[in-house]
Design a protein around this ligand. Structure first.
Ligand SMILES: CC(=O)N[C@H]1[C@@H](OP(=O)(O)OP(=O)(O)OC[C@H]2O[C@@H](n3ccc(=O)[nH]c3=O)[C@H](O)[C@@H]2O)O[C@H](CO)[C@@H](O)[C@@H]1O[C@H](C)C(=O)N[C@@H](C)C(=O)N[C@H](CCC(=O)O)C(=O)O
Ligand SMILES: Nc1ncnc2c1ncn2[C@@H]1O[C@H](COP(=O)(O)OP(=O)(O)OP(=O)(O)O)[C@@H](O)[C@H]1O
Ligand SMILES: N[C@H](CCC[C@H](N)C(=O)O)C(=O)O
Ligand SMILES: [Mg+2]
Length: 504
């Protein structure tokens, strides 16, 4: 994709331009480290550093134009075209989708928002649409998939440049559907500028990310933005649908913003799609989905009540896109798992080890109640809470772990810039409060080193117990203050079990 700077400037409101405008723009970036000759560089003020401080470096590396919102004295308009605007991030969001020829208008786009269940729901939809014969792309927490091609990711929803570039690659590869997780951060920061969603899904709304949104109201409004966008009247697309969980109180808010057709789903209420006769077992779940098509009997390999909701959401999206119910059923019954979501670690041990990505109070409660339903022995929980993230969820998660677990080992989960001991102290407050409130004396331990914590839990496990290792799921790293180290809960658990077998 190559564009002329003059064309790009027409997308901006009253830019102050110094220097030539007849320049060819070969590529766009906001990261000076990615600048190559012919780049248009956007200077963005960030949470850690200010992109304006890298403008001179970008010029040295061959950038031909720069978009700024405050003056950068080192730059000379003789060498590089300087475009000053009031908001450089907004300018980037206006220019970038055009630069990539609006791929989000060419694909059918399915966006999934909600506190929990986004990744799982996108994987379920991918399986169904592929079964229906479509070529599919997926963007989310674990990875980006362009048909079968795997690309690594940094965020659940990438920034506008990475996103538009990925969507353009999908168009070039002949992909028809882009299914993506739309995080609340992405909606507030408008990372999804230029995306036109055909289907918007709301999974649920519980506590998380209050560090970023401050209040639950603002967090809810952020999620509602997906449905506001879906309902925009100036859209170039036809046939839009909102798929909304009506068992969740915030579902009504999402529905209020949706002027397009809505497919509601619920288990505890009447809705367009409902699930009945739910049987949650250790090996999977069976239930019936009732809709205008009749009844779909399902026997699935994934388990937990929360996954029944994820399946309802995926079925809603697939039906909205015209997939036949029999194809939906066939696909779902082939679906095995999502990496790091209720993933069983099997290394020949006499107890169960489950690795799960529960990192919110609601996620943890769901996974623990599911484990409790299935448990024949004790539940031993290993978990932690991320550093530089919502602090208020820490004591709540501590309380839930000790309420449902028989033994709790609190440990580190990406402490980032924080002291691990400080995060663990926040968790311990909730553990202690719950023990006092419930008048029980369950065993808990605080072990900052995650490998040691997992080792302790596995050593304590007896026949038919469940060791639940929560919070990191598919992650293969631990983010510490000064470095990121390799760390995979599944691999560590396997290694520990093996060592124990060897040492008796
Ligand atoms: C708070 C937040 O969202 N931050 C995101 C943001 O970083 P930032 O604006 O703070 O960037 P910065 O590091 O201060 O740099 C400022 C500018 O200088 C530039 N720079 C920087 C260094 C350099 O040498 N040269 C240079 O040009 C940077 O490219 C940037 O343009 O822009 C980055 C690039 O797009 C993101 O990777 C980064 O996400 C960080 C890693 C993050 O942790 N975000 C989390 C909170 C997040 O977004 N989470 C959501 C939800 C997760 C979920 O629940 O599923 C997500 O969608 O992932
Ligand atoms: N529908 C659901 N409701 C509540 N909890 C869920 C639901 N689906 C999954 N979970 C729990 O939340 C964890 C994360 O699930 P998943 O990765 O699908 O969510 P997500 O919304 O993509 O999370 P993230 O915000 O990190 O992207 C799972 O490991 C499980 O414990
Ligand atoms: N996408 C979420 C995932 C958190 C997972 C947990 N392992 C942590 O690091 O807190 C976030 O960035 O808040
Ligand atoms: Mg996710």
């Amino acid at each position: 994709m190559v564009k002329n700077l003059e064309q790009l400037l027409k997308l901006l409101m009253q830019p102050e331009v110094k220097g030539r405008i007849d320049r060819t723009i070969e590529t766009v970036t906001h990261d000076s480290r990615k600048v190559i000759p012919g780049t248009l560089f956007f200077c963005l003020p960030g949470a850690h550093v200010d992109g304006h401080d890298f403008a001179a470096e970008a010029a040295r590396r061959g950038a031909v134009a720069v978009v700024i919102e405050k003056d950068v004295p080192e730059l000379s308009a003789n060498d590089i075209t300087i475009v000053k605007v009031s908001d450089s991030r907004a300018a980037m969001q206006a220019i970038v989708p055009y630069f990539f020829d609006y791929p989000g208008h060419k694909l059918r786009m399915i966006g999934v928002t909600g506190t929990n269940g986004k990744t799982t729901t996108t994987y379920l939809i991918r399986t169904i649409l592929r079964e229906a014969g479509h070529k599919v792309g997926l963007i989310g927490t674990i990875q980006t998939l362009i048909d079968d091609k795997v690309l690594p990711v940094k965020n659940t929803t990438p920034d506008v440049i990475e996103l538009q570039q990925t969507l353009a690659e999908m168009v070039a590869a002949g992909v028809e559907y882009a299914i993506m997780e739309v995080s609340s951060h992405a909606l507030v920061l408008n990372r999804v500028a230029g995306c036109e969603f055909d289907v918007g899904i709301f999974t649920n709304m519980t506590q998380d990310h209050l560090d970023f949104h401050q209040t639950v109201e603002k967090y809810t409004e952020a999620k509602a933005e997906l449905f506001r966008r879906l309902s925009q009247s100036n859209s170039t697309k036809k046939g839009k649908t909102a798929v909304i969980n009506f068992d969740d109180n915030a579902g009504a808010i999402m529905a209020k913003y949706s002027t397009c057709p809505v497919i509601s789903y619920a288990i505890n209420k009447d809705a367009a799609l409902t699930a009945t006769n739910v049987d949650v077992k250790a090996t999977g779940a069976s239930f019936d989905i009732k809709g205008s098509f009749g009844i779909m009997k399902l026997n699935l390999a994934i388990t937990g009540m929360f996954n029944v909701y994820n399946v309802l959401a995926a079925v809603g999206a697939a039906l909205a896109e015209g997939v036949k119910p029999e194809t939906v059923k066939k696909a779902l019954e082939k679906f095995t798992s999502v990496p790091g979501r209720f993933e069983l670690v099997q290394a020949g041990q006499s107890f169960s080890v489950i690795v799960d990505y529960a990192h919110t109070p609601d996620g943890l409660e769901n996974v623990l109640t599911t484990a409790k339903q299935l448990a024949k022995g004790k539940i031993i929980v290993v978990f932690g809470c991320g550093g530089d993230r919502d602090r208020t969820k820490r004591p709540i998660m501590g309380g839930l772990a000790i309420k449902y677990g028989d033994i709790v080992i609190a440990t580190s989960d990406n402490p980032r810039s924080e002291e691990p001991e400080k995060i663990l102290a926040d968790i311990e407050v909730g553990i202690k409060e719950t023990l006092v409130k419930d008048g029980t004396s369950k065993m808990y331990e605080v072990i900052p080193d995650r490998r040691q914590a997992i080792t302790k839990a596995i050593k304590l496990a007896e026949l038919q117990d469940i060791v639940l290792i929560a919070g990191k799921g598919h992650e293969t790293y631990q983010i510490l203050k000064e470095r990121t180290i390799d760390f995979d809960d599944r691999q560590v658990a396997r290694e520990v079990i093996k060592e124990m077998n060897v040492n008796g």
